[in-house]
Design a protein around this ligand. Structure first.
Ligand code: FES
Ligand code: MG
Length: 569
């Protein structure tokens, strides 16, 4: 089979001369006849969770060489979850677009995708799906477990917990600050079952990671061995032309949903999987998550739903040990990037620590997964993660206390005169893809100080934004349509009664249809919606879709393939 890169390099005319000559710098003459493998690297100093990926890239490079390919490291847009404002999610689609365009524009035949921090693996997979070149993900891996005053700290999860303790007066501000350096013990991404860990494992369940690799800690030598092996593998993939479109099917997504539920993974995976499926033209809907995943037991006892951290998870057997327990729920037809079905990897995948990975007959939560809610507050759907919620709040009626923006929320939530009780339902709007913009992780609103001091630890909260995968609480997320896109969430008023019934899959405001239809959003609500003047934000707000379809840009859904464009000179 002729290599795609031969369209640049094969021949002896002026143009092929130009393409080769500037690339020579150490590449031997026969280096241009080999598979050209781009190592897409999301490392940067401003993406601390991915900083070590340049070391991983070096191992991939060795593997590509060993298999007779030419490795080409390509820095691509990385997103650091904790610093990027207003939210890294605003640029997931930009990263995916940049990667897709550069993969297509350059003389490359195959891709190794290096990601870690939350948005990076989703963006890489969206890009690889749209350009449809042979591609394998190497997840950068979680941090090792750090401890503070003898207690392990879970990245993210314990930040929420410790900060609530400061607000409740049970931890000093000084001790709180001191815990910072224990929180981040080593290279790697968050060590809880947050979005980064979730997406690495879900990418493996999809079949885009060599089975058994996801979850390997960033500091573990086995990650470099896996990176080397992946470098070798991708050269083979080019030879046998195994592109994403040849093995990613609805069955792959079905397995990813089962895995997402069994690991008790982040709700953010719902938005990312819908977006990836959209790139592949696979008909995946929000309801598939409920239908396939909601009955699956949570087997993994990791923070935020449970106790342990990713280092424990890897030691206990990792994803394959989890999947072996739910093998009957997996679609055996789904193939992995190696060409073998995912289920073929489960025979020799024991659980080594049944506290961390529970056997099927003794789950952490009977029914995990994501529940998809509908009602007059969320006609296109909303999600809740029952495993992170309080059982006694799963069916609840309460008075709405409404906030028009996160700034409005922060200004009023701790006001001692705020009319709020433990039974109230906190509503925050203007946090969807268009409204913020970018659908930030603000939905797990901190509780009012006076209620915290009274011992309240959870309340029903509703928002059109997302929640950090490391957070917990009875939070209804991803309300669609969002308030800024004409959703009824914009019409709720403080004092309206809201009813949540997770078992019935309902989220409603108890206002009759005629009255709701007669309402219009008030001025403060509309003022809370983003209205960017220029640049990416303007393009994003004008073209972004809603959470229930993956919040991709309308013109990025689908694929353009790897067709080589016209000559550059
Ligand atoms: Fe990067 Fe959590 S902040 S993975
Ligand atoms: Mg996050």
């Amino acid at each position: 089979m002729a290599l795609r890169s031969a369209r640049w390099y094969a021949g002896d005319d002026r143009n092929t001369y130009i393409h080769r000559a500037w690339m020579r710098r150490g590449v031997p003459s026969d280096g241009f006849d080999r598979p050209q493998i781009a190592i897409a690297n999301t490392a940067s100093d401003l993406v601390p969770c991915n900083r070590h990926l340049s070391d991983v890239a070096a191992a991939v490079r060795d593997g590509v060489h060993a298999a007779g390919g030419t490795p080409l490291e390509l820095p691509v847009l990385g997103l650091g979850e904790t610093n990027v404002r207003p939210t890294a999610m605003l640029w997931r689609n930009l990263a995916a677009m940049e990667m897709e365009e550069m993969f297509r524009a350059n003389p490359v035949d195959g891709l190794v995708l290096l990601g870690g921090c939350d948005k990076t693996i989703p963006a890489l997979l969206m890009a690889a799906s749209s350009v449809d070149l042979p591609a394998v993900v190497v997840p950068g891996g979680p941090m090792l477990t750090g401890t503070f005053r003898g207690v392990p700290l879970g990245c993210g999860t314990d930040v929420w917990r410790l900060s609530e303790e400061v607000r409740a007066g049970t931890l000093s501000a000084e001790q709180f600050t001191k815990s910072e350096s224990a929180m981040i013990r080593s290279r790697g991404h968050c060590n809880t079952m947050g979005t980064a860990s979730t997406m690495a494992l879900v990418a493996e369940a999809l079949g885009t990671v060599v089975p058994g690799v996801a979850g390997t800690p960033a500091a573990d030598s086995r990650l470099l061995e896996a990176a080397h092996g992946t470098g070798r593998l991708v050269v083979d993939l080019v030879t046998c032309d195994r592109r994403p479109s040849t093995f990613l099917t609805k069955a792959s997504f079905s397995n990813a949903i089962v895995a997402l539920a069994a690991i008790g993974g982040s709700t953010n995976a719902v938005v990312h999987l819908l977006a990836i499926a959209g790139r592949l033209g696979i008909d995946l809907s929000l309801d598939d998550f409920d239908r396939i995943g909601s009955g699956v037991p949570v087997l993994v006892d990791l923070q935020p739903a449970g106790r342990f951290l990713m280092e424990d998870f890897h030691r206990a057997g990792g994803l394959l040990a989890v999947l072996r327990e739910v093998r009957d729920l997996l679609d055996p037809t789904a193939l992995t990037v190696t060409g073998k079905p995912l289920v073929d990897y489960l025979d020799d995948a024991p659980i080594w620590d049944a506290e961390v990975i529970r056997p099927r007959h003794d789950p952490l939560v009977d029914h995990g997964g994501i529940a998809v809610l509908r009602g007059n507050l969320a006609p296109s759907g909303a999600v809740i993660k029952p495993a992170a919620a309080s059982p006694e709040l799963m069916r609840h009626r309460g008075r709405a206390v409404v906030f028009d923006s996160i700034e409005d929320f922060h200004a009023r939530i701790d006001d001692p005169d705020l009319d709020v009780t433990a039974d109230s339902v906190l509503v925050l709007r203007g946090c969807g893809p268009k409204g913020y913009p970018g659908m930030p992780e603000v939905s797990n609103m901190p509780l009012p100080k006076k209620l915290l001091e009274a011992g309240v630890r959870d309340m029903v909260r509703i928002c059109d934004g997302r929640m950090s995968g490391t957070a917990y609480g009875t939070v209804v997320l991803h309300v669609a349509p969002e308030a800024a896109a004409g959703g009824p969430l914009a019409l709720v008023r403080t004092g309206d009664v809201i009813s949540l019934d997770v078992e019935a899959r309902r989220i409603d405001v108890e206002v009759d249809d005629a009255e709701l239809a007669a309402r219009t959003p008030n001025e403060a609500t509309v003022a809370g919606f983003a209205n960017p003047a220029r640049g990416w934000e303007r393009l994003y707000v004008d073209h972004v879709g809603q959470a229930d379809t993956g919040a991709d840009l309308d013109f990025l859904v689908g694929a353009s393939g790897s067709e080589v464009s016209r000559e550059s000179h």
